[in-house]
Design a protein. Structure first.
Length: 318
């Protein structure tokens, strides 16, 4: 009887969710030609960006929490199940090569563990207690920020993780494609892009997944811009861990410092592969240690370091 009651409860929850409704615009998609199917999918996708844009004030609040945590020795954790969990792991994995961050700074936790990344294990999303154990295993503390990802709002694994984070005093963010007023718990920030029913009923890997991916792009990109890891619109703190990334570093130094290929290579070697340091060495006419110190004084911002150097030069000239 208890199992039947729980099953009925889940059934009743799901039937009320926006993400589980039938989309009237695609009701005959099973009879459509391939090109018409694609048009219908594409038409529905156009609603995602406007839905995310409405949430920008909340996304900005979330970025502020993340930046504050990073500045005070904390980390960012994503926690989710299924598509949402995979998106969190993906965003976390992209941070080290893009922004030169240590892999532990942004971490993704998915219900069911690593195996769930490559093969769906949907039942794992129902284990609320496991979320607590998974966070403990990562030494999650009150200094950290937990960002829960649940398109449907109700994922027990995600809710369990958020409740644990709140109990120990950590800041929490909730990303869901359901109305803020319907969320099952209160977090420090809730980001709720409402994208409506999916092209295929309940397939939240589609519009909801796209909306979540857009929000995650914004969270980490904006946070690391605010931490000085971008100069103008270029990644100047990425790691040269592949041929492509090495070539990108050389090109950035060439563009910013207006030097030729050989000069860029020379200074990157002198800067031990650090793009920001190479730029400051060239434009500030500094040795390695001097450039590193200039960046430290500028909190890692290339623009501020160069402005400080220019100001110091003007004062010396006077």
């Amino acid at each position: 009887m208890e199992i039947q009651d729980e099953s009925r409860k889940i059934f009743n929850e799901l039937k009320q969710l926006i993400t589980e409704q039938q989309n009237p615009k695609t009701i005959d998609i099973d009879t459509a030609s391939v090109i018409k199917i694609l048009e219908l999918i594409n038409d529905e996708d156009t609603s995602v960006a406007p839905a995310v844009r409405k949430e920008l004030p909340y996304i900005a609040d979330a970025v502020a929490l993340i930046v504050d945590a990073f500045k005070n020795g904390g980390r960012l954790f994503y926690i989710g199940a299924g598509t949402s969990g995979r998106l969190g792991v993906l965003d976390a994995a992209e941070c080290p090569p893009s922004f030169g961050t240590p892999p532990e700074l942004v971490q993704g936790i998915i219900a069911g563990g690593y195996e769930s990344l490559i093969r769906s294990r949907e039942g794992s999303e129902d284990d609320a207690l496991q979320a607590q154990e998974d966070l403990k295993a990562r030494n999650f503390t009150a200094l950290d920020v937990l960002c829960g990802l649940s398109a449907s709002k109700r994922t027990p694994y995600v809710l369990g993780g958020i409740k644990y984070a709140q109990r120990i005093g950590a800041k929490t963010i909730y990303i869901s494609c359901t109305p803020r007023s319907e969320l099952p718990l209160k977090t420090d920030v809730a980001v709720c892009p409402i994208v409506g029913p999916e092209v295929i009923m309940g397939s939240t890997r589609m519009k909801a997944g796209t909306a979540e991916k857009m929000v995650l792009n914004m969270l980490t990109t904006a946070a690391f811009i605010r931490l000085g890891k971008v100069f103008k619109n270029m990644m100047v703190d990425h790691q040269m861990t592949s041929g492509k990334l090495e070539a990108r570093a050389k090109r950035i130094v060439m563009m910013v410092a207006d030097v030729d290929y050989e000069t860029a290579v020379k200074y990157l070697e002198l800067a031990h592969g650090n793009v920001k340091t190479a730029i400051v060495m060239i434009l500030g006419n500094l040795q390695y240690d001097e450039a590193r110190q200039a960046l430290v004084l500028a909190d890692g911002f290339v623009r501020i370091a160069l402005e400080n150097i220019a100001q110091s030069n003007r004062m010396d000239a006077e």
